[in-house]
Design a protein around this ligand. Structure first.
Ligand SMILES: NC(=O)c1ccc[n+]([C@@H]2O[C@H](COP(=O)([O-])OP(=O)(O)OC[C@H]3O[C@@H](n4cnc5c(N)ncnc54)[C@H](O)[C@@H]3O)[C@@H](O)[C@H]2O)c1
Ligand SMILES: O=C(O)C1=N[C@H](C(=O)O)CCC1
Length: 255
């Protein structure tokens, strides 16, 4: 047993944070520190040895799309449960994670593009509304230091909306516009247009704009502060050990 494990109060879940000096990682360290039933045993960032997190039961990863797969593989191989907020999870990446988990059926992994409870509800409401509207576009707005575009939340929302439209038998959204300048109509994710805004002062925001005859519906969510993600992160940290296999999104944990 290491010195850090000895310090852990009885029964507390041992948590390691990867990306601990980043915007989200630092917030997660504070949230874990402030929870009586959790103990922060490792705060790891770029340049640190991953082995520092070996005593953790649950690792939380808020790093980068380039780093997260190696981190996740390391966790699964060692039997460490993982809660992942880092973005960049394509269908192919999720399949790769499922493959690693097949060799470690005791390990739980929760990957969520957005841990904000309001954002999860926004995605659910958008999926529900999708079949009633012929038009839909997504506008995501984030701080300018964000590395990826479109956001993981916008990509996930577009896929949910596209799936709901397909199940309802809806065709492509009506659009006679010719793109005079490449990108003017945003990115196309499964037939849904997604527009990414970056501006100082923003944290994380998204609108899903639906339109049909004579009416529009806008579903909007705003994270004004990264504390907004912490209840969802802690919920996943507390739940992941009882959820072997891969859980994508927070929906199942909120039911
Ligand atoms: N799921 C959510 O609710 C949610 C919320 C906010 C951000 N995010 C995502 O989380 C990720 C991080 O966002 P951020 O704003 O905190 O970014 P950030 O750049 O502030 O932090 C990332 C940190 O990871 C560190 N890092 C890079 N490679 C590493 C490695 N191999 N091992 C350990 N640490 C490493 C960096 O040094 C940095 O400190 C992004 O993908 C972002 O989109 C998700
Ligand atoms: O700040 C970020 O970066 C965020 N990333 C996630 C995304 O890409 O959806 C969630 C919101 C904040």
């Amino acid at each position: 047993m290491t010195d850090e494990q000895e310090k852990v109060p009885g029964g507390a879940v041992r948590v390691g944070v990867l990306g601990a000096r980043g915007r989200m990682g630092a917030e997660v360290c504070r949230a874990v520190d402030g929870a009586d039933d959790l103990a922060l045993v490792a705060a790891v960032d770029q340049g640190d040895e991953l082995s520092a997190a070996a005593s953790a039961e649950v690792v939380v990863d808020f790093t980068t799309p380039d780093a997260v797969m190696d981190n996740l593989r390391w966790c699964i191989e060692r039997g460490v449960h993982a809660v992942v907020g880092t973005t960049g999870f394509t269908g192919q990446r999720l399949e790769q994670v499922r493959g690693w988990l097949a060799d470690r059926p005791d390990v739980g992994v929760v990957i969520a593009p957005n841990f904000g409870i309001g954002a999860v509800l926004m995605m659910q409401f958008a999926a529900r509304a999708a079949r009633h509207f012929e038009s839909v576009e997504i506008i995501e707005q984030h701080h300018p230091r964000k590395l990826d575009a479109p956001s993981g939340t916008a990509t996930h929302t577009a896929r949910l909306v596209a799936q709901a439209r397909a199940e309802a038998g809806l065709g492509p959204t009506p659009d006679a516009t010719r793109d005079e300048v490449p990108g003017a109509r945003g990115a196309d994710i499964d037939g849904v247009r997604v527009h990414a805004v970056r501006a100082t002062g923003l944290v994380a925001h998204q609108e899903v704009l639906f339109g049909t005859l004579g009416e529009t519906l806008t579903i909007r969510h705003d994270s004004y502060d990264r504390v907004s993600f912490m209840p969802g992160v802690l919920l996943a940290v507390r739940a992941v050990r009882q959820r072997p296999g891969l859980t994508v999104g927070l929906d199942a944990l909120l039911d």
